[in-house]
Design a protein around this ligand. Structure first.
Ligand code: KIV
Length: 287
């Protein structure tokens, strides 16, 4: 049975921690889903990880749909949340509802995520009223990297902490089923988690959140263009892949791959047929 937003909310009530990871393609979705992960985020981080952009700003709704469809095809038990990319919900409430609708209708995902606090309350309310579950995202919001002056910890100092808490409460009241807290001081994130009724999912926000999310390619050691402090590497898959690619190149060059084990020997032509074919070639090729 696929997990629903209600399962995540009830996990918080029961004090069970929620595990979420990002995913952008079918093969990874199959592997991730089989791990028992509670929720999968098709994050707009795909802009950096899959498409090689320096940040998430160029990502389009069509990019998100393309990747989210593949993820949904590979996933049976985890809740799938799709990010709303930059400028797909900021311009107007009508735009936000239409784009959230496309993201669900054209992918089969169960929820959308969007960045921002009090200023996106009208969008959250309208999307939720359209029957689409919304995960909010406050603290360090990568789509606002230019306004924030870089990827920095948010909520430092009493005023900023108060604002962050107010944002978290505002998105809960607007109907969000969960909120991501990114790069938030751990005690503030723990306070928000105790105060809110909806689950908080932390990334760089300490162990006091109701759940955690990481970019899969970061935690697997596959994406190393930049590694935030909050990333723990659970594997060195990048190194494993580099070693395998090098071994393949070497074996192709030396002729040690393929061997008989990797060829269709049974379907081979017999020697007589080959000789006839060779003769026929000589007869047709002009001198
Ligand atoms: O886009 C993304 O992957 C995210 C997570 C880092 C929370 O928003």
């Amino acid at each position: 049975m696929r997990k629903s937003i209600l399962d995540l909310v009830s996990m918080k009530r029961q004090g069970k921690r929620i595990a979420m990871l990002t995913c952008y393609d079918y093969t990874m979705a199959r592997l991730l889903d089989a791990s028992g992960v509670d929720a999968i985020l098709v994050g707009d981080s795909l802009g950096c990880v899959m498409l090689g952009y320096p940040d998430t700003l160029p990502v389009t709704v069509d990019d998100m749909i393309h990747h989210a469809r593949a993820v949904v095809r590979g996933c049976q038990q985890a809740l799938v949340v799709v990010d709303m990319p930059f400028m797909s919900y900021q311009i107007s409430v009508a735009d936000a509802v239409a784009n959230a609708g496309r993201l669900l209708k054209e992918t089969g995902a169960q929820a959308v995520k969007l960045e921002g606090g009090a200023h996106v309350v009208p969008q959250i309310r309208a999307i939720v009223e359209a029957g689409i579950p919304v995960q909010a995202h406050v603290g360090m919001t990568p789509q606002s990297v230019n306004a924030l002056g870089g990827f920095k910890v948010q909520g430092k100092g009493e005023e900023a902490a108060g604002r962050l808490l107010a944002d978290a409460l505002a998105v809960e009241q607007a109907g969000a089923f969960s909120v991501v807290l990114e790069c938030v001081p751990p005690k503030l994130a723990a306070l928000a988690s105790r105060t809110l009724h909806i689950p908080t999912i932390g990334i760089g926000a300490g162990a006091g959140c109701d759940g955690q999310v990481l970019v899969s390619h970061d935690m697997l050691g596959m994406f190393t263009d930049f590694t935030p402090r909050f990333v723990k590497r659970f594997a060195e898959a990048g190194e494993t892949m580099r070693t395998a690619f090098k071994a393949y190149v070497e074996e192709v060059r030396t002729g040690t791959f393929p061997t008989g084990a990797h060829t269709f020997a049974n379907a081979d032509c017999d020697d007589e047929t080959l000789t006839r074919l060779e003769r026929a070639c000589h007869d047709t090729v002009p001198e």
